[in-house]
Design a protein around this ligand. Structure first.
Ligand code: KG4
Ligand code: ZN
Length: 354
């Protein structure tokens, strides 16, 4: 359904990016402002929740103003306002949610409480992502710093969990591998860069869960194998660092391919149709992993979809988009809805037409 002249503001503050974006009713991105707090957290080698919350507080108002100015709109032009209300670091989530609710209250706008994971999950449906619309149902591989799961997406708010990690998330494995190799923080992009110069066949790291008769993941053993492998080396020169990074990345690629292959089979049984395979979340920015998944979909004869890189890592355009999808279905929320540190996708309320 098209809603011309509908504009929505989205706000994201659940981790270490402060972000605001405005979309029109067709999902065109009018503005998409992201302020990374990387430099604030780098000295600690990871995100410090209290620093994150204070930084969101310092910058969010200005970023919202910037997003509205770039879109050329006033708050009174908006049809709705959406914000991440979980899951995430609760202090930061509260900063974004309270700011959004305040604007909604002052300007009498409907408020949409967006699950951050649903933001990632629906992002490939965003008009800017792909010329061709992505219809429900599809298969979603959600891979980020805190999440690693594979789900059937039946509609807005309607998810069937096929498998998830039993220990570390894949982004966490990238971050820890980077720390072991002294590549700094954040780990994912640093490991990918080193891996691009390395020999992925030099170290035979394990492929946890490959061949198992389910769709679950496990990365703790792989991370430990990297640590032991590195401890055994006499010299960790640049060439060796790159080879370890590439060998680690190859192991992850093979695991993701195997787990997705199994999920594709399950989806075919459940829905009696071929799925499109969609990858989302920060780790989806990794070119080698995208290629591995794209190769898999080619051999399975199914469609592959991934948001462009800047929409893979945390941003507010995906929150505005998920808010727009919900708003179109009449799924708005009361202003007393609570921020939630934990909020699994399968607990979301669905909609028959979603
Ligand atoms: O979705 P995201 O921005 O934040 C949440 O965790 O929600 O994902 C961040 C994660 C981090 O673990 C980061 O290392 C990883 O995504 N990541 C990558 C790449 N870019 C970001 N992992 C592998 N390769 C990348 N290029
Ligand atoms: Zn995220």
């Amino acid at each position: 359904m098209k809603l011309p002249m509908t504009y929505i503001l989205g706000i994201e503050t659940s981790c270490d990016e402060t972000a605001a974006a405005v979309l029109d009713g067709d999902g065109h991105i009018l503005s998409n402002v992201v302020l990374s707090q990387l430099d604030d957290h780098r000295p600690y080698g990871g995100v410090v929740p209290e620093i994150a919350a204070r930084s969101h507080l310092d910058h969010l108002d200005r970023l919202i103003g910037q997003a509205m100015t770039e879109a050329g709109l006033q708050f009174s032009d908006l049809a709705a306002i959406a914000a991440t209300t979980g899951p995430g670091l609760i202090g930061g989530v509260m900063v974004g949610a309270v700011s959004a609710k305040t604007i909604a209250l002052c300007h009498q706008l409907p408020f949409v409480a967006v699950n951050h994971l649903e933001g990632h999950a629906l992002s490939p449906r965003l008009a800017a992502v792909d010329g061709e619309a992505l219809p429900f149902p599809y298969l979603l591989l959600l891979v980020s710093g805190g999440h690693c799961q594979i789900l059937a997406v039946e509609g807005v708010g309607r998810y069937r969990l096929y498998g998830r990690t039993i220990d570390d998330a894949v982004g966490e494995a990238f971050d820890k591998t980077a720390a072991i190799l002294g590549l700094g923080y954040p780990g994912g992009p640093a490991v990918e860069k080193a891996a691009s110069e390395g020999d992925g066949a030099r170290f035979g790291f394990p492929r946890p869960m490959v061949g198992r008769d389910n769709c679950d993941f496990s990365f703790a053993g792989l991370k430990t194998a990297v640590r032991y492998g590195v401890e055994k080396l006499d010299d960790l020169d640049r060439k060796t660092v790159c080879d370890v990074a590439a060998s680690f990345q190859e192991a992850v690629a093979e695991v993701l391919q195997d787990r997705c292959r199994r999920a594709i089979g399950k989806f075919r049984q459940d829905f009696d149709t071929d799925p499109a395979l969609v990858v989302a979340g920060g780790v989806a920015a990794n070119q080698r992993l995208r290629r591995a998944l794209s190769d898999l979909t080619e051999s399975e004869g199914i469609r592959f979809s991934a948001p462009p890189q800047h929409l893979c890592t945390d941003n507010a355009a995906m929150i505005a988009w998920a808010g727009l999808e919900r708003f179109r279905l009449g799924l708005t929320d009361p202003l007393d809805i609570k921020a939630r540190p934990r909020w699994p996708l399968v607990e979301l309320k669905g909609h028959a037409n979603g």
